[in-house]
Design a protein around this ligand. Sequence first.
Ligand code: GLA
Ligand code: ZN
Length: 677
Amino acid sequence: MENKNYLFTDFDKLIFGGDYNPEQWRATPEIWDEDMRLMKLAHWNEATVGVFSWAELEPQEGVYDFSVPDAIFEKAEKNGLKIILATPSGAKPRWMAEKYPEVLRVSEDRHRELYGKRHNHCFTSPVYREKIAEMNRRLAKRYSHSPALLCWHISNEVNGECHCEYCRAAFIEFLRKKYDNDIEKLNHQWWTRFWSHRYDNFEQVEPPSSKGETLVHGLTLDWRRFVTAQTMDFMNHEIAAVKTYSDKPITTNLMGFFTGIDYRELAKTVDFVSWDNYPNWELTYGDVGQASWIGMTHDCMRSLKRKNFLLMESTPSHVNWKDINKLYRPGKMRIASLQAIAHGSDSVQYFQWRKSRGSSEKMHGAVVDHYGKEDTRVFREVAELGAELEKISCVAGSEVVSKAAILYDWDTVWALQELQGMQKQHKRYGEATHLHYGAFHRRGINVDLIGRKDSYEGYDLIVAPMMYLCEESTAEKLAKYVENGGTLVATYAMAQANENDLCHLGGWPCGVLMDVFGLRAEELDTLYPEESIKINAFGAEYLAKDYCEVLKVKDAEVIATYGSDFYKDLPAATVKQYGKGKAYYIAFRDKNGEFTDKLIGDIAKELSLPTAIAGKPIPKGVTAKVRENGEEKYLFLLNFSGKEQDMELDGEYTVITTGEKINAVHLEINGGVVLKK
Ligand code: GLA
Ligand code: ZN
């Protein structure tokens, strides 16, 4: 069976492993042998090595020492362990910073950092680029033929920005290209006549700084795009060096909804995405909300390439960097891991294999504790999950198929971040997105999180929450989508500004969208946090918070009205038939998601969007997700509700691990099951 979604050609199981730092135990190589013994017991089939190895691999400039990875590759080959090999650019050796200060970042206040920490190189520095290219070529040449090598892991959690003169020059080049070397084009798009901020020439442009310019939004937006582009350029530079000798797939570990880089762009540099997931179980929204939020993050990561991904890091027990580092309760690590797979991961990987003995991560959860042996709760839970993953390996490469999508764009994240207005500090775009996501998640309806510039093909329903940044061309694309039969749901703050954050003249939603929705928004009211506004809809009463728009409806049907304040009885939500499709507009932020849940639920029914269990209710807090591969359907049921649950199924299923046939399921607290149909 051909799996177009399968990530590898030479491995067809679910990957089970994680970050492994043998260099920390260089003085006690007997620990490496113990690691191999313990990895077998834990059912690990993969180890990610080399993430922060540069000082070991190149202890002095131009002096290379591959004895640690040599030994580990040899052991891996003997033990049937796969290696994901990282390039070491995530942290640099001390000698390099000493000899070439340019590799150190300059912060936004224009101070060069001292040596220390990690993830803080200048991504433009010619020296850093030269050094990492040489290193990557050597690694690729040395290990590309090892049967243990599975794929490449470029750097680590690439992030941050640099304000040195190299970076500034590169930014200016970026702008020259974008604005056809015409400073007046830039002045217009950045609206610099405001406060006399106009530029005479490109050389005057400085990256945003708290000591200087931060209020020209075209600048701040283009700077974020430049940081993305320069990070990609650095990634491509690293990748080209690897590819001189190796054709294994390339990935890099992302951080979910990290706002510093446009991940939709960055994902273009790699063959598949991987990401590091550290949920706040038992905290932020309670586990029901947290599971839904994490589900949304997995879906976002999968949608970056509309392809399966790897869960590159997660903790087997707890982290060390949160304010409160609570243990995962028994069973939680298992269902959190299965959740990643349910949403399209082909791996469960941990940070970290063995607790380091000193420095900042010595108290971070690991498979192997300082105690050093296998008789611990965490090791046992890891080993049990490893054994289970071997049994359910048939799901590897199967797909999450979605007929619905939510639009989520980093451009809008950035524009809303900078926007002076609304609730100035917290626009809560993520929350607005999640409000809609929840309606799909609760029903077990698969949904992608795509960008406005991605293809809309194959989606019966597209939701565009708080889509502030939307250029005319996207407006036209959305109009076409509806005209051809798609259903579109948009909300307040829709299409107010163009791609450079210039407000659309003529009002919002811009251009053709006014016709699509049959209305225009005249005013946007921002409420104090404790306020709410009544909403009347579907014969019931709901509540709005934060934002309420006053609409001028032209030819749309009103499906909700405001029930209080000066816009009492005016339209609060509408629908219009446009071409073969329908366009819904929700003018307010739903206080507790009940209106949105009802509306999306009704639309999903009308469009017959497939649910995980046809016609049967899913208890609140149970994640129900389907992956399929053309022949088989895999149903994941995971209980994050904090209560025991009983569920009926829509027919007979097989429990993959036991072969048992069932029509109903009993789930313990933090319990879960993977079924086949
Ligand atoms: C990140 C890093 C890892 C490690 C973990 C700790 O995800 O990539 O190196 O520091 O956090 O949770
Ligand atoms: Zn720099």
